[in-house]
Design a protein around this ligand. Sequence first.
Ligand code: C2E
Ligand code: CA
Ligand code: CA
Length: 831
Amino acid sequence: MGSRQIKALFGGIFGHFLLRIFVIQLLSALLIIGCMLPYFSQWMTQMQREQGNSIAQALIAATHAAISGTNTLSLETYTKQLLQRQPDIRYVVFNLPKQQDMAISQQHVIKQRQNLPFLGATDLRSTQTLVSHSQFIPTGLPLNVEDQFLFSTTFNSQSNAIGRISVAYRNQSFFSLMQAYFAQFALVLLGSVCLGLFLFFLFSRKIRQQIHTFSYVARQLSRGELTTRAPEKAIGEISLLSKSVNKMASNLEAQSKHLTRMAQMVAQTNDAFVLFDHGFNFSFANAALQKLTGYSAQAFEQADLKSFANTLQLDIGNLKQALLMMQVNMSSAFNQDILLTRRDGHTLHVHCRLEQIYDDETDIEHYLLVLSDISQRKSLERELHSLAYFDKLTGLPNRRMFIDYLVKRIKKAERTPCPFALFFMDLDDFKNINDTMGHEAGDVLLQQVAKRLKEIFRSTDLVARLGGDEFIVLIENTNAPDPVDLALLAGKAIQMLSSHPIVLNGRALTIGTSIGIALYPDNGVDTDSLVKNADTAMYAAKKSGKNNYAFYNESMNIALREYLEIETDLKSAILAHDQLQLHYQPIVDLHNKHMVGVEVLARWLHPTKGVISPSKFINVAEKTDLILTLSERLLNQAFRQAKTWQSRGFKHYVSVNISVRQFEKPNFINMLTSLILDYEVDPSKLQLEFTEGVMLDHSDITFEKFEAIKSLGFRVAIDDFGTGYSSLSYIHKLPIDVIKIDQAFVANLLNNEKSQAILSAITQLCNQLGIQTIAEGIELNTHETLLIECECQYGQGYLYDASMLLHQLEDKYLPLFPEESLAFAEAEVTE
Ligand code: C2E
Ligand code: CA
Ligand code: CA
């Protein structure tokens, strides 16, 4: 056992108990000894008395004759021998009945008459007694009479006391005897104390170990090893203590973990935590402060809240107010999105929160400033705002923003009258460009147009894109300070858009625009009616010839209504079967005026409105999917007619108009194939007319489709050549059989020599390439003459024939037997 262990053993609670147990045992031993002391002396006296008695009785027996006789010599001798054997006896006194009294010690024999004082005490005569009274001691004894005990008893003869014998003991021997006894007793007691302590030591091993473990655990805990736990399976209170300490440790551990987590959070969070003391002096900042601002916490060591805010150029105005509020009223906290300036000079959007923190312990308030980077949120907000309010493609405000603006503008005008105007703008034939050149090209065009519109209008006027190819402009303060000439402005806008072609995929496109103008308050005092009326005016402008503008007037609504009516009626017309008819216009050889083919033209026999021209309803149909059903029906009718004529042996071809939408349908080629099969018609007797819009898309699909149409055996014609996006390049590339020169071009021939030259060039080129040319809209003989001069081969027009009904055509060009004619007429009706 080392000194440390000894120290641990006796220095600890065990030593404490050991000492106390020792003291307790010792005290109780002393108490026992103290209590036993009177009994000891009693026992001693008893022993002495018995010893005295036995000695006296022995003396009496041995010296009986001498006592009762007169020969005291033998008495003396015997007694002296006894005294030599018994050194504790100092002397023996005989009070003899007939003789003198005798006191015998080892050295002396004193004889006296019967007046020895010890006989005077009557109580001594009858009882055996141990006394220490000096008065009973014979005076002549040369002994220290104080130092003795005296045993005294009578001796009898025939039951009568006849004398007395007293034995005197040394006082000292009595005490030494007692001492010896007592010492042994004390030794035994002490031994038992030691044994007790030893047994305590032995049996307290377990408890000592448990206490030791417990104190070890406590030490570990105190060092911060909070995961240490005391064994709970222990004795009594140690177990309880262990449990309590373990619970405490668990709580502390949880708390410390919580605190660690909190500290980690504060250290690692992206939000800057800046603590100011009650005097608004900087006291702490986490690492995020540097990340956020570029300034380390040290930079602010001497700073107060004000200089902190100044360094970061925080908008402290509101902060100050919040602080004042805080000082007055605990609950108020500063909570705002603000802008801070980083060390590198860049600004950053942050959410700033200043809160009062109350320290319970110190009873002092602190101020916590939390700065969170919200730049991402801000940019997202901006993005969302721009998504919601700006058109992604052109960057112009969108419909929603425009309407919001218009609402505000109207409110403003309601307070102080200041009229304004709306320009509703729609690009002419944009759909064609989009459909044929692809959406990407269309997008580029729209971007270019948006750019131009911004240049055309004043910065105070709001230019927005409503969607598709529709733009709207709010022309501000049309009356003041200088009245705006809206007609002039609209004309200028149209001119600026159309005079400089926009180059797309290497092709220059002229942009026509139709503008509808509505005035506030004359044409409407709310957003809906203003926009709607501007839109109506735009339609009117478009109808009156594209690239035009129109001011809104009441009658326009009627036209619009008509348009909408056509749309609804057209649906039922398609269902009604008998409302859609085909008319036929001959195509003639300009040289001999013989009919070479027939163009099939649609007519709508409206039940109430009469015959409606395709130029009215095809447009409407093209704006919806109606065109597909309509075209398919017309195509079927045309094929059926072609088949009839074919079976009758006529050589003329039938020319059919194909709309762009129809051509674009993925199953267009399949449809043509099944039409050939269904009607068993020779495709070379069918001419398909496509407008130039179909060709504008230079995609492979377009070329492939044309190749497919050609390989099926159809005649391919380009309709309305010379009006749209004329380009001769595709003439080489595409398998074209015919070019139909537009009637506008033909009409121009008379007063424009340049047109003649162009026409000649085109026809010559076509002739070289083996492409036929058909001129449309020939109304006059001069047209014919000029066309023949220009080497145009074929023609179509009122000069020869307008479009006519089947029977009219057949009567004139394809005479039939009467029965045959009847049969076909019936077939027409049943469709
Ligand atoms: P388009 O293909 O250019 O047809 C020629 C148009 O000019 C026809 O008008 C015809 O009646 C008219 N016309 C013929 N000769 C003369 C003339 O000497 N002077 C004048 N001023 N006009 C003449 P229509 O029948 O009203 O057809 C208009 C347009 O409707 C057609 O123009 C064509 O693009 C389209 N269309 C007609 N029928 C169909 C059809 O079945 N399907 C498709 N997709 N479009 C059709
Ligand atoms: Ca045509
Ligand atoms: Ca035409």
